[in-house]
Design a protein around this ligand. Sequence first.
Ligand SMILES: NC(=O)c1ccc[n+]([C@@H]2O[C@H](COP(=O)([O-])OP(=O)(O)OC[C@H]3O[C@@H](n4cnc5c(N)ncnc54)[C@H](OP(=O)(O)O)[C@@H]3O)[C@@H](O)[C@H]2O)c1
Length: 182
Amino acid sequence: MKIVVIGGTGLIGSQVVKNLEHEHDVVAASPQTGVDTVTGAGVAEALEGAQVVVDLSNSPSFAEEDVTRFFRTSTKNLLDAEAAAGVQHHVVLSIVGTDVIDSGYMRAKVVQEDLVRSSGAAWSIVRSTQFLEFLGRIADSATVEIAGPEVFGFDEIVRTDLSDHAPRPRARAAARDRQFVA
Ligand SMILES: NC(=O)c1ccc[n+]([C@@H]2O[C@H](COP(=O)([O-])OP(=O)(O)OC[C@H]3O[C@@H](n4cnc5c(N)ncnc54)[C@H](OP(=O)(O)O)[C@@H]3O)[C@@H](O)[C@H]2O)c1
């Protein structure tokens, strides 16, 4: 089977390519390899004869306007090219909680998911948790200065707050993790 991995040179894409290439004809597609889903350059050529496309691309900028433009343009171009090439299945990696977490990046992922759902193609949206490589960045984004008579580590005080407010909404999000249309 020919599988095209869009973003096949990225953090997750390169691992997916490595795992698939034992059994399939795999193309790692990205600007580095001459395939750009924003401009459309090289996309039709890469998709020729492909049965499955796995979209693991990411925006170079995470500013809301940029990332929204990236996922909207890239996903539309890709889905149109897949329809023209007769690709049978579109797989896209998304993130657990995209529709409940309030961030510009997550809103852009919702735009991407909605385009895939309404495309009329056969699709799989796989919602993954954030990768371990991102733990440092996530922790850094939540670093705060705390003043007062009692001193807590951020992990400690968040854990206390979470245990005081069960059940958490994340159980509902997890139930919607994976959606498949054959
Ligand atoms: N990181 C996480 O924790 C996480 C968790 C869940 C889901 N996801 C999702 O997984 C996907 C990949 O994330 P990642 O962290 O692996 O990204 P990444 O390491 O930043 O890799 C991005 C990939 O996208 C390619 N790309 C950039 N612009 C492109 C374009 N115009 N056309 C085609 N390809 C383009 C890059 O190609 P070049 O190398 O040529 O620049 C690279 O291969 C994203 O959609 C993200 O939302 C990530």
